[in-house]
Write a protein that binds this ligand. Structure first.
Ligand SMILES: Cc1cc2nc3c(=O)[nH]c(=O)nc-3n(C[C@H](O)[C@H](O)[C@H](O)COP(=O)(O)OP(=O)(O)OC[C@H]3O[C@@H](n4cnc5c(N)ncnc54)[C@H](O)[C@@H]3O)c2cc1C
Length: 249
């Protein structure tokens, strides 16, 4: 590992080995999303940031509008993709979505010693702490808790992340000024995301991606775009169908 990524030199005594997955990669989802928004803007897409959707207006098997705090919005087709908030809005269209938050913690710190900061993203399988490098920042995340919809966090929630991070890369980043936050993975009980049409024929779902939503973002959006456009999707969508059942353990 130390040969592959010299940042591990300091941690040489603390681990026995590693698996190097050459097909794995990491990326900066915020940067990607902002760039994507810019390109979409060039294609005439309008983003209404800061607008909260409050409920669907339905007529038989069709959605005729979305009530928002900025008034009623109407469209030919609607795609519900609200992360862990999705079940609340779906309910206003009479659709139950089996999803529950798995709370996690994420820390982002500025790189102070580039040579001591890992270039290769990875996971410590013992502590389940994962890291990835975004240029001059290192992001480390961990933990899956069932804590309802409570987004609060305290410093001690990050002790696992800080202990593993400091052990592996002690001088890499400015640990003292690291930015911390908690976030929620929109989990389905059986695992696969929820893709496709539910009760209304012009309301589509693209949600429930759990711990892999960034990885699956482009693929699942492509599949959904094919479904909306009536093209055959690249994958069999049966496992992703809108389902309201709980799955027995
Ligand atoms: C600690 C942690 C680490 C993770 N690491 C990875 C990883 O390494 N790789 C990976 O692939 N995935 C990872 N994930 C999972 C990934 O972050 C999620 O699967 C993904 O963010 C889900 O995307 P989404 O667009 O469905 O939902 P979100 O990212 O939650 O986006 C939903 C959006 O809808 C908005 N919204 C909600 N309600 C309303 C409303 N009523 N009106 C208007 N807007 C609304 C929200 O403000 C939000 O902007 C991680 C998650 C956590 C918590």
């Amino acid at each position: 590992m130390a040969k592959l990524d010299p940042a591990f030199a300091a941690a040489g005594e603390t681990f026995a080995g590693a698996i190097h997955v050459t097909s794995d990669a990491s990326g900066n989802s915020e940067l990607f999303t902002n760039e994507l928004a810019q390109r979409c803007g060039g294609l005439g897409v309008e983003f209404r940031l800061g607008v909260t959707a409050q409920g669907f207006v339905t007529d038989g098997d069709r959605v005729t509008g979305v009530r928002t705090d900025a008034g009623l919005l109407t469209a030919d087709n609607y795609v519900l993709a609200l992360g862990i908030q999705s079940p609340f809005l779906a309910r206003t269209a009479g659709q139950r979505l089996p999803m529950y938050p798995a709370k996690g913690y994420s820390l982002t710190a500025d790189v102070v010693d580039a040579d001591a900061t890992p270039a290769v993203g990875g996971v410590d399988e013992a502590t389940l702490v994962a890291w990835s490098r975004f240029g001059d920042q290192l992001r480390i995340s961990s933990t899956a808790e069932f804590a309802g919809f409570d987004r609060d966090w305290k410093y001690s929630d990050f002790s696992n992340i800080l202990k593993t991070g400091r052990e592996l890369f002690p001088t890499a980043v400015d640990w003292e000024r690291a930015r911390m936050r908690s976030c929620m993975r929109p989990m389905t009980p059986d695992g696969p995301p929820i893709e496709g049409r539910g009760k209304q024929r012009n309301l589509y779902y693209n949600t429930g991606h759990g711990h892999m939503g960034w990885t699956m973002a482009c693929g699942s959006s492509r599949i959904l775009a094919d479904v909306v456009a009536g093209r055959p999707p690249a994958l069999d969508t049966t496992p992703f169908q809108v389902r309201s059942h709980r799955v027995a353990a």
